[in-house]
Ligand binder design. Structure first.
Ligand code: SF4
Length: 706
C-alpha cells in the first residue's frame, strides 16, 4: 500500500470549528494526523487537541461486547432485550414512557435514525441531546429573530470584520483554530479591534484591545444599553429596520426602560462607564462589526433573551449576514449543528420543521410514512431526567454521552438512573459514570471508525470517514438503532445498508415541505451516489438547485424565514442569574481547559495533552482567597447541593472578586475531585431549557494547606 492510499481526509471530533484532518493509517493503526489544507475551516492548521488525535485511538477501556446486567451476551440477545422491553413499556404505559438521550458527538446519520425511530415510529418526542447544554439558547434566539435556526455568518467574516466582539467565549481554548484565524487577521489588519466581554480574564483576552470584565450574567443589560445608545446617537439603519424588521419600537422601549443611559447600564454591569462608552462608540461607528457568542451567553437562565439582545443590536444596524458583519453563535460540539438539522432536540421535528405547524407535521408524516408521528414537543434534557426520577419515563437509551457526569445536579441524575426501570447505554467506553448505571450496554464505534457527516458552526457539512476497523463487536450507532427498530416491527423504514442512504433521505426531507418555507435545505444533495457521498467536499447549507455550491452567508438582503419575511427584534427584560448568592457564597463558572475534552475519555490518553493541566483546579480572586486563609496551591473544596468538588487553588486577578472558575473535565475516575456539574443548580432558561451552568452559588473552604 503506498503513502497516498493510507491517508484519509476526515473531520476532527472535538469542537464546533470542525477542522479537516488528514489521517495516516499504517498496518491498521492511526500513526499521524495533520491539518487538511483543503478544508475551509482550518486550511491545514490543527490545534493541540486535534494534532494529538492519533495518540487517543487505542483500545484500552473500550466496550467490546454487548452486556446485559454485567454479563457479556450476543448482539442478538442484547437487541432482543432492548426491543422487547421498549415494546412492552410502550404497550403498557404509552410512548412517552420511553426516551432517547443523544450527543453532539454522534453523526448526523445516527441522529437522523434515532429521531425518526422515536418521533415517527414510537410516537414520542422524548429525544433530546447533550447539545441542549451547549447551544440551545442560541437556537431559540435565532428562531425567534430570523424565523429559523440559521447562523447568518461564516468563518471568513473573522478576517473581514473591523470590530470583533467576543461575548462569553474563550475561543483561545474552546475554539482554538478560530482564535488563531482571528489573531492572524489582526496582525494583517492593524486597524481591526477585538473586544472580549467576560467576567473572567481568559487566554482569549491576550488578543483583545479591551477586556470588559462585566458582572456575571449581566450581558443582557449591556446589549440593551447598546441598543439605547445606538438609538440616542442616530446610529441605527432606519432603512433596513423599515424594510426588513418588525418589533423595533417594543425592543427599544424595553431596552430604554432598563438601560436609559450609560451610567445606569455601567452600574448594572459592574463596569466603568468610560469602558462601556468606548465599546458603544466603536460598535456605533463600525459597519463591519461581528459579535461572536458562546457558552457564556447560552448557559444561563436568560440565555435566549441575552442572545436576542445581541441580535437586536445587529438588526437595528442592518448588520446581519454581510461580509464581516453579523451576530455569530459558536457551537461547542462537533455536530451540535447536525443534530439540530435532523430534529435531535425534543422541541423540533426533522429538517428544522416545527410541531406547531400542521403543514410540517403533515410533511414529516407523509415523507416517513410514519404510523404514529409525535404531535407535541418532548422533554428537554433537565426535565427528561426529572421525569426519569419521577418514574414517568421508565426506559431511557443514552447514546454517546455521560449525563450522570455532565448534567446539572449530576448526583440527582445518578439517583434517577439508579431507580429507572431500564437504562440502555450505547458507548465506545466501558467505564463511565453512566455506563456503571446501565442495565444493558451496547458497544458503539467511535471517531476513526465511524462514517458519516457532521456540521460545524458555520453550517458547513463535512465528512467524517472511517479509518480503522471497529474493535471487538462494536457497531455503528445508526446500525444498532435500525436493528432495534426492526425488532420492534419497523424494519421496512429502517432498512439502511450504508450511511449514504440515510444522508440522501435526510437531504430529500429537507426539500419536502408543504408550505414552501425552506430554511434548512440541502435537497441538491438528495441524489448523491454512494461514491459522490464518499467524496463529498465540505459544503455550507443551504445547498439547493439555486445554490448548488452552498451558501456562505444568510439574510444579507433581508428575506427572513418568518411569516412576514421580516426579522423580529424582541423586547428583552434582562435579569440577573436565577439563584442569588448568599453572604457566604461565591459564583461558580464552569468551563473547558484548552487541552481536554468533556470527561477526558479520549484526551486523557495523551500524556502531552495532560501536560497543560493535569489536575482539577479552582481559580479564585486574591481577596476571596485571603478571607478564607487560602494560598496558591492549597487544596480547596467547593460545596453546593450536598455535593463537593476538590481542586487546587489558583489565585488569579483574572477573576472578579466573588467569582470562581472550575474546569468541567475531572471526575473520580481520575482523582477524588468529585464532579463539578453536581454543584450546578438545575435551573434552566424558560424558552430554551438550557441550564445555568455559568452562575452557580457555591461555598469555598480550604482542605489542605500547600
Ligand atoms: Fe479539532 Fe476544534 Fe482544534 Fe479544530 S479547533 S483541531 S475542530 S479541537
Amino acid at each position: 500500500m503506498n503513502r497516498t492510499e493510507c491517508t484519509t481526509s476526515t473531520t476532527c471530533p472535538y469542537c464546533g470549528v470542525g477542522c479537516g484532518v488528514e489521517a495516516k493509517v499504517e498496518q491498521r493503526e492511526l500513526i499521524a494526523v495533520s491539518g487538511d489544507r483543503h478544508h475551509p475551516a482550518n486550511a491545514g492548521r490543527l490545534c493541540v487537541k486535534g494534532s494529538a488525535l492519533h495518540e487517543t485511538t487505542g483500545h484500552e477501556g473500550r466496550l467490546l461486547r454487548p452486556r446485559v446486567k454485567g454479563r457479556d451476551v450476543s448482539w442478538d440477545s442484547a437487541l432482543d432485550e432492548v426491543a422487547g422491553r421498549f415494546t412492552r413499556l410502550i404497550e403498557e404505559h404509552g410512548p412517552d414512557s420511553v426516551a432517547f438521550y443523544l450527543s453532539g458527538q454522534i453523526l448526523t446519520e445516527d441522529y437522523y435514525v434515532a429521531n425518526k425511530l422515536m418521533k415517527g415510529f414510537i410516537g414520542s418526542a422524548n429525544v433530546d441531546t447533550n447539545s441542549r447544554l451547549c447551544m440551545s439558547s442560541a437556537v431559540a434566539a435565532q428562531k425567534r429573530a430570523f424565523g429559523s435556526d440559521s447562523v447568518p455568518a461564516c468563518y471568513e467574516d473573522l478576517e473581514l470584520a473591523d470590530l470583533v466582539v467576543l461575548v462569553g467565549s474563550n475561543a483561545a481554548w474552546a475554539h482554538p483554530i478560530l482564535y488563531q484565524r482571528l489573531a492572524r487577521a489582526r496582525e494583517r489588519r492593524p486597524g481591526m479591534k477585538v473586544v472580549v466581554l467576560d467576567p473572567r480574564r481568559t487566554a482569549t483576552c491576550d488578543l483583545a484591545d479591551r477586556h470588559l470584565a462585566l458582572k456575571p450574567g449581566s450581558d443582557g443589560y449591556l446589549f440593551n444599553g447598546l441598543l439605547t445608545y445606538l438609538a440616542d446617537r442616530n446610529a441605527l439603519d432606519q432603512t433596513y429596520i423599515e424594510r426588513h424588521c418588525e418589533g423595533f419600537d417594543e425592543a427599544l422601549a424595553a431596552a430604554r426602560e432598563q438601560c436609559p443611559d450609560i451610567a445606569t447600564t455601567a452600574a448594572l454591569c459592574g463596569l466603568p462607564a468610560a469602558e462601556l462608552e468606548w465599546l458603544y462608540q466603536r460598535f456605533a461607528a463600525t459597519e463591519r462589526s461581528l459579535t461572536l457568542y458562546s457558552q457564556g451567553i447560552n448557559q444561563s437562565s436568560s440565555g435566549t433573551d441575552k442572545a436576542n439582545a445581541i441580535i437586536n443590536c445587529h438588526l437595528a444596524t442592518g448588520r446581519v449576514g454581510k461580509p464581516g458583519a453579523s451576530p455569530f453563535s459558536l457551537t461547542g460540539q462537533p455536530n451540535a449543528m447536525g443534530g439540530r438539522e435532523v430534529g435531535g432536540l425534543a422541541n423540533q421535528l426533522a429538517a428544522h420543521m416545527d410541531f406547531a405547524n400542521p403543514d410540517h407535521l403533515d410533511a414529516v408524516r407523509t415523507f416517513w410514512q410514519a404510523p404514529r408521528l409525535a404531535q407535541n414537543e418532548g422533554l428537554k434534557a433537565v426535565d427528561l431526567f426529572r421525569a426519569v426520577e419521577a418514574g414517568d419515563v421508565k426506559a431511557v437509551w443514552i447514546i454517546g454521552t455521560n449525563p450522570a457526569f455532565s448534567l446539572p445536579d449530576a448526583a440527582r441524575v445518578r439517583r434517577a438512573l439508579e431507580r429507572c426501570e431500564l437504562v440502555v447505554v450505547s458507548d465506545c467506553v466501558a467505564d463511565t459514570d453512566t455506563t456503571r448505571l446501565a442495565d444493558i450496554l451496547l458497544p458503539a464505534t467511535t471517531w476513526a471508525e465511524k462514517n458519516g457527516t457532521v456540521t460545524n458552526s458555520e453550517r458547513r457539512i463535512s465528512r467524517q470517514r472511517s479509518l480503522l476497523p471497529p474493535p471487538g463487536e462494536a457497531r455503528h450507532d445508526w446500525q444498532i438503532l435500525c436493528d432495534v427498530a426492526t425488532r420492534m416491527g419497523f424494519g421496512e423504514a429502517f432498512a439502511y445498508r450504508h450511511p449514504a442512504e440515510i444522508f440522501r433521505e435526510h437531504a430529500a426531507l429537507s426539500g419536502f415541505r408543504n408550505n414552501g418555507s425552506r430554511d434548512f435545505d440541502i435537497s441538491a444533495l438528495a441524489q448523491l451516489s454512494q461514491a459522490q457521498y464518499d467524496a463529498l467536499a465540505p459544503i455550507q447549507w443551504p445547498v439547493t438547485d439555486r445554490c448548488p455550491e452552498g451558501t456562505a452567508r444568510l439574510f444579507g438582503d433581508g428575506g427572513f424565514y418568518t411569516p412576514s419575511g421580516r426579522a423580529r427584534l424582541l423586547p428583552v427584560w434582562a435579569r440577573p442569574p436565577a439563584t442569588p448568592c448568599r453572604m457566604d457564597e461565591l459564583v461558580l463558572n464552569t468551563g473547558r481547559v484548552r487541552d481536554q475534552w468533556h470527561s477526558m475519555t479520549r484526551t486523557a490518553r495523551s500524556p502531552r495533552l495532560l501536560e497543560h493541566c493535569d489536575e482539577p483546579y479552582v481559580e479564585i480572586h486574591a481577596q476571596d482567597a485571603s478571607r478564607r486563609g487560602i494560598a496558591n496551591g492549597d487544596l480547596v473544596r467547593l460545596h453546593a447541593r450536598e455535593q463537593s468538588y476538590i481542586g487546587r487553588a489558583r489565585i488569579s486577578d483574572g477573576q472578579r472578586p466573588g467569582s470562581l472558575f472550575a474546569p468541567m473535565h475531572w471526575n473520580d475516575r481520575y482523582t477524588a475531585a468529585g464532579c463539578v456539574d453536581a454543584l450546578v443548580a438545575p435551573v434552566t432558561d424558560p424558552v430554551s431549557g438550557q441550564p445555568e451552568s455559568k452562575q452557580s452559588p457555591v461555598r469555598l473552604e480550604v482542605v489542605e494547606q500547600h
